[in-house]
Design a protein around this ligand. Structure first.
Ligand code: SF4
Length: 497
C-alpha cells in the first residue's frame, strides 16, 4: 500500500496506524501508479493550543477523510498529543471507509496495559484511567476495563523492583514437526533434530557460564523459563542433563518459578513430567491450541485431542504445582461454537493458568503460502471467542494478569493470560514489563540488560544482546566472551558503581 505523511509525525507510527485497518499491509512503491492500491495520507498540523490530524483513505474511486484535533495539556508530551490527533483522525476515516471501529482504538503497541500503568502512575484512579483510555485513546469500555485490570494485577505481582534481580531464559528451538501457522525459527527435520545432543552440550556449557556470571555480579535469580520450540522434545535423560545444570547454577528452591514450557502434547510423557517434578519445576505449559480435531488438522498440529488430555494428566500425576494451557482464538477452520466447547473443556480440567492468544500470522508461516486469506479485519468469530474466554474465565475464578498484542492478529485482538490468585506465570510478566534483566541462553535467545530507575521509569536503560538465530550457527559461534564482557560493562557502569 502507499502511505503519505505530512507534518511532524513519525512514519513508523503512521504505518502502525494503517495496519489497524490494513492488517498485513506492505508499504512501498509497488503498485503506486495503480489507482486500486490503497493509499493513506496522514497529516499533522499545529493550531493554537492543539494538534490537528487529518487522515484520508483512498482505494479507486472510494475515499473517506476525517479531521480531529487534540489539545496540548500539562503532563503530556507534544509528540503524544500529535500521535493522538493523528490516530483519532485515522480511526474516524477508517470507520467511515470500512464501517468498523476497532476495539483497541488507537493503541497500536505491544503492551496496552503500559498506557494504563502510566495513567495510574500519574495519579489517576482506576475509574479515571478507564475514562482516559476511552476518551483519549478511543478504546471500547470493555478493553479499557481490561487494560486497567491487567495493569493493577501486574503492579501487585511485580512488587519492589531491584536492579539486582534477574531471570534466566533457556532456548530449545526444536520441534517434532512444524505447525502450519508457525513462523518461529525451530528445527523440525530429522537431519536438524539430530543436532540436539550437540546443542544440549553447548547449551549446558553456556548456562554454567551464565550462572557463574550472575553469581559473580551478585544478582538474584527470580525465575527460570525453559522455552521453545518444544522443550519436551528432549528425552528424559536429556531433560535431566538440562535441569541438573540449572540446579548446579542456582538454588531452585529459592526461585519464584521454574517453568518448563513443554508445549506440544505429543512430546509429553509421564517419565519426562516426573523428571521435571523431581528437579523442582513449578510450572509446565501443555498447549492444545484447540480441542477440535478438524481445527488441529487444518493448522498442522501433529497431535490428537486425546494426546492433550493424556499429557495434562501426566503433568498433574507428576505433581507439577502449576499447569498452563494455551489456546488460540480465530484459528482457520475454527468458529465460536468449536472455540467455546474447547474453552469449556479446558475449564473443566481447572488448569492454574489459561493463556488465550488471538491467531496471528507472520510472513514465514507455511499457511500463508497456501493463500488461505487468513488476514481478517474484523476477525470473524474471533472477537466473540475472545469475549467468551474473558467472561467465562472470570466466572470460573480466573483473572487477567498479563496481556500483549501482536501485529497482524485477526481482528486486532489481544493475547491474555488468566490465572487463579497466586498462580500467575511470573516470568511472562517480568519479561513483558521489562522490570529486570533477562539472561537468555541458546540459539535465538536475546539477552536483555535492564536498568529501571523507579523514580524515573522513562529513563530505563535496556541493552539487547542477540546470539546467532539458528542452532547450526549457534553451535559454531564464539559470541559468549563478547556477551559476557558487555554484560559486565553494563553492570559496572549502570548498577554496581
Ligand atoms: S510447536 Fe510451536 S514452535 Fe513448534 S512448530 Fe508448532 S507453533 Fe512452532
Amino acid at each position: 500500500m502507499k502511505l503519505i505523511t505530512e507534518g511532524d509525525i513519525n512514519p513508523y507510527y503512521a504505518q502502525t496506524l494503517c495496519m489497524i485497518f490494513f492488517p498485513g499491509a506492505k508499504f512501498g512503491a509497488d503498485g503506486a501508479d495503480d489507482p486500486n492500491t490503497p493509499t493513506v495520507t496522514i497529516r499533522v498540523t499545529e493550531i493554537e493550543g492543539a494538534a490537528r490530524g487529518t487522515a484520508s483513505i483512498r482505494i479507486g474511486d472510494h475515499c473517506a477523510e476525517s479531521t480531529r484535533k487534540f489539545d496540548y495539556r500539562p503532563g503530556m508530551t507534544a509528540e503524544r498529543v500529535r500521535k493522538i490527533a493523528a490516530g483519532a483522525a485515522m480511526l474516524a476515516a477508517g470507520e467511515k471507509f470500512f464501517g468498523y471501529r476497532p476495539s483497541w482504538g488507537i493503541l497500536t503497541g505491544v503492551r496496552p496495559a503500559k498506557v494504563a500503568t502510566e495513567l495510574l502512575a500519574s495519579g489517576l484512579t482506576p475509574g479515571r484511567a478507564r475514562d482516559a483510555l476511552r476518551r483519549q485513546y478511543l478504546l471500547t469500555p470493555k478493553k479499557a476495563a481490561l487494560a486497567v485490570e491487567v495493569a493493577l494485577r501486574e503492579q501487585k505481582l511485580i512488587g519492589e523492583v531491584s536492579p539486582r534481580d534477574c531471570s534466566v531464559y533457556v532456548s530449545i528451538p526444536f520441534c517434532p514437526s512444524r505447525c502450519a501457522y508457525c513462523s518461529f525459527v525451530s528445527y523440525t527435520s530429522p537431519r536438524l533434530l539430530s543436532l540436539i545432543p550437540e546443542y544440549l552440550i553447548r547449551l549446558c556449557d553456556d548456562l554454567e557460564h551464565t550462572f557463574a556470571q550472575i553469581r559473580r555480579l551478585g544478582l538474584r535469580v527470580r525465575t527460570v523459563y525453559i522455552g521453545g520450540g518444544t522443550p519436551t522434545i528432549l528425552d528424559p535423560a536429556q531433560l535431566e542433563m538440562l535441569l541438573s545444570t540449572i540446579a548446579r547454577g542456582v538454588d531452585i528452591a529459592s526461585l519464584e518459578e521454574l517453568t518448563l514450557e513443554s508445549g506440544r502434547p505429543d512430546t509429553i510423557t509421564r517419565e519426562k513430567m516426573q523428571v521435571a517434578a523431581d528437579y523442582g519445576v513449578t510450572r509446565v505449559s501443555v498447549n492444545p491450541q484447540s480441542l477440535d480435531t478438524a481445527v488441529l488438522d487444518r493448522i498442522g498440529r501433529a497431535h490428537s485431542v486425546d494426546e492433550f488430555f493424556a499429557a495434562f494428566d501426566a503433568a498433574r500425576q507428576a505433581g507439577i504445582p502449576q499447569i498452563n494451557t494455551d489456546l488460540i482464538a480465530g484459528l482457520p477452520e475454527d468458529n465460536f461454537l468449536k472455540f467455546s466447547r474447547t474453552f469449556d473443556r479446558v475449564l473443566e480440567l481447572a488448569p492454574d493458568n489459561i493463556t488465550v492468544h488471538t491467531f496471528c500470522i507472520k510472513k514465514a508461516a507455511d499457511i500463508l503460502r497456501e493463500g488461505s486469506g487468513v488476514y481478517s479485519l474484523r476477525g470473524g468469530d474471533a472477537g466473540q471467542c475472545v469475549d467468551y474466554s474473558q467472561i467465562k474465565a472470570q466466572e470460573a475464578g480466573y483473572f487477567p494478569y498479563y496481556m500483549y498484542r501482536q501485529k497482524n492478529t485477526v481482528g486486532n485482538f489481544e493475547n491474555v493470560g488468566f490465572a487463579r490468585d497466586g498462580a500467575e506465570g511470573r516470568y511472562n510478566v517480568y519479561m513483558m514489563e521489562e522490570i529486570h534483566s533477562i539472561f537468555a541462553v541458546g540459539a535465538g535467545a536475546v539477552t536483555k540488560m535492564v536498568h529501571v530507575r523507579p523514580k524515573n521509569p522513562a529513563d530505563t536503560k535496556i541493552i539487547r544482546l542477540a546470539p546467532p538465530k539458528y542452532p547450526y550457527e549457534y553451535l559454531r559461534s564464539d559470541h559468549r566472551a563478547e556477551h559476557e564482557a558487555r554484560i559486565d560493562a553494563f553492570y559496572e557502569s549502570e548498577i554496581l558503581d
